[in-house]
Design a protein around this ligand. Structure first.
Ligand SMILES: NC(=O)c1ccc[n+]([C@@H]2O[C@H](COP(=O)([O-])OP(=O)(O)OC[C@H]3O[C@@H](n4cnc5c(N)ncnc54)[C@H](O)[C@@H]3O)[C@@H](O)[C@H]2O)c1
Ligand SMILES: O=C(O)CC[C@@H](O)C(=O)O
Length: 528
């Protein structure tokens, strides 16, 4: 199997070497494509790798009918329509740790440039002027740095600012007073941080909730002569409000690496001498560019080969040690879901998945995704996967619940899936037997013992003499070879089931003949 990978933004050559080294991956580097050209060719590719230039829109994703993975060589994924990727079952990965250091260093470089007016002084002397009186700076030592967003980069900036002997106060919705104390920073609310800062730097993602977080009202609350930094994302600061605050001298200076619209060559803020700028260079170091490209390349290879990734954006990541514990159950969960999908012909309203025994100790969400994938696979074919399984269930108004119980009914581990339909409930349970692999051990209320693979005929019938022989003869006449047969019943003479493993999928006419037998209530042919 070979894969085609399109790289549509410039990525570091050494970083993509792991991809270039592969004989089974065809790498196409085309960094000058227009949007139209990209739309035309995207269906040829299994993977797309971008930085922040390529706009990965819904239209592009929908045209990318063969796309399986989108890799963002960097942190921010605001150039990728994540909902569209999830809906289309495409995993998005990024490189969240690879440029943290560079972005933090860039923030510090901007802060020092801002405090000592280095860009302005540089421009002045380069135009042959010697203006020593014009560029009076301010020390960082003893000043308060307000950090909004104390994630990876915010925390690195805090650490470096303390090295400059600044006082650091930070706000982040996930920051507790204890954590702040451990990090040696003062804990504050958003208002406390913006009111206390001599310098204020933002390090949040751009979200609906952070768009224009720093707006006219926020500027009003700040100290006079405050310095503002944004090396995170354009749009976190309201640029019009910043412009007014600089002109009115409320803000003494601002350092911006990112802008609401990029490239930002026409931005009015460029006219203001107090505003220093770089063209989105936070991650532009040799090290960061190599790191981000290496990280996404590895995830693309790992995903195409094994179906797992280190840095998923639209799927919760599972730590390696947990993954190794639950991986053996992936197949079982998917097969149980698949088995169940054949038991009911009615619209499924709800799914309840119980995990017991050894499974009570582990994170089971990935198993739930696999079970739902199996359940819906009959209706969505290959278009359903881990990424969109829960989304597609939700779109079909199917409620998915998972729970854990101690009672594994004598097994060391047990997964029980129950579906509710308008006409009733069906359930199937399975286990991993030590050394013997996966087994389905219960279907509805009946005990069975069957490996979840191959062709199965499941028959609901009346418990009465002669049924088994009749069925065997009839299948023989229709050239159906029975590999194994199991029966169980609710009560003597009551409801009963028969589970047959057969060598090949049963033909439609055989099924019709079976269904016409008066002892038979229903027949399900199941292909696992
Ligand atoms: N300039 C560049 O080239 C460059 C390079 C790398 C990253 N970035 C950007 O820097 C930003 C931070 O990246 P990171 O890796 O540290 O991300 P991160 O996810 O580690 O940290 C973001 C933090 O923001 C916090 N947050 C979210 N909403 C908030 C709010 N309303 N108020 C306060 N805090 C809030 C989150 O809780 C989180 O701790 C992102 O926008 C990223 O895209 C820019
Ligand atoms: O690709 C880039 O250089 C931008 C990177 C940066 O903004 C990020 O979010 O990682």
């Amino acid at each position: 199997m070979s894969y085609k990978i399109l790289i549509s933004d410039p990525l570091n050559d050494d970083g993509i070497q792991p991809l270039l080294d592969r004989d089974d991956m065809l790498i196409d580097i085309q960094t000058d494509l227009t949007d139209e050209q990209l739309l035309e060719i995207i269906s040829n590719y299994d993977a797309l790798l971008v930085r922040s230039q390529t706009q990965v829109t819904r239209e592009l994703i929908e045209k990318g009918v063969n796309l399986k993975i989108i890799g963002r060589a960097g942190v921010g994924v605001d150039n990728i329509d994540l909902d569209a990727a999830t809906e289309n079952g495409i995993i998005v990965v990024n490189a969240p740790n690879a440029n943290t250091n560079s972005a933090a260093e860039h923030t510090m470089a901007m802060m020092m440039s801002l405090s000592r007016k280095i860009p302005q002084a540089y421009a002045s002397l380069k135009s042959k002027r010697w203006e020593r009186g014009k560029f009076l700076g301010t020390e960082l030592k003893g000043k308060t740095l307000g950090i909004v967003g104390l994630g990876r980069i915010g925390a690195e900036v805090a650490f470096r600012a303390k090295g400059q002997r600044m006082n650091v106060i930070a706000f982040d919705p996930f920051l507790t007073e204890e954590k702040a104390e451990q990090m040696g920073v003062q804990y504050g609310t958003f208002e406390e941080v913006i009111q206390a800062g001599d310098f204020i730097t933002v390090h949040t993602p751009l979200l609906k909730s952070t768009k224009h977080l720093i707006n006219a009202d926020a500027f009003k609350q700040m100290k006079d002569g405050v310095h503002i930094l944004n090396c995170a994302r354009g749009g976190i600061i309201d640029e019009e409000a910043l412009y007014d605050a600089v002109v009115s001298k409320k803000v003494a200076g601002a350092a911006l690496d990112v802008f609401e619209e990029e490239p930002a060559t026409d931005n009015p803020l460029l006219e203001l001498p107090e505003v220093i700028v770089t063209p989105h260079l936070g991650a532009s170091t040799v090290e960061a560019q190599e790191n981000v490209a290496v990280d996404v390349s590895h995830d693309v290879i790992q995903f195409l080969e094994e179906g797992s990734v280190q840095n998923p954006v639209n799927l919760p990541s599972v730590p390696k040690e947990i993954l190794s514990k639950i991986e053996p159950y992936f197949h079982l969960a998917e097969k149980l879901g698949r088995f169940l999908s054949y038991l009911t012909e009615d619209v499924i309203r709800g799914v309840n998945i119980s995990y017991s025994g050894d499974l009570t100790d582990v994170e089971v969400a990935p198993l739930t995704r696999n079970a739902v994938r199996g359940l819906l696979r009959r209706y969505h074919g290959i278009h359903i996967n881990d990424v969109n399984a829960l989304y597609l269930a939700e779109r079909k108004d199917i409620t998915v619940n998972e729970n854990k119980t101690m009672n594994a009914k004598g097994f060391t581990n047990l997964i029980n899936i129950e579906v509710t339909t308008d006409s009733g409930k069906h359930q199937v349970a399975g286990t991993l037997l030590n050394g013997l692999g996966a087994r389905i051990v219960k279907v509805d209320h009946y005990r069975v013992d069957v490996t979840p693979e191959g062709h199965i005929v499941f028959i609901y019938h009346n418990d009465q003499p002669g049924v088994i022989g009749k069925m065997g003869n009839l299948l023989g006449e229709h050239d159906v070879n029975i590999a194994t047969m199991q029966v169980d019943r609710a009560d003597v003479g009551g409801d009963a089931v028969m589970l047959l493993k057969v060598d090949k999928d049963m033909k439609e006419d055989t099924l019709t003949v079976l269904e016409q037998l008066e002892e038979i209530k229903a027949v399900r042919t199941i292909n696992l």
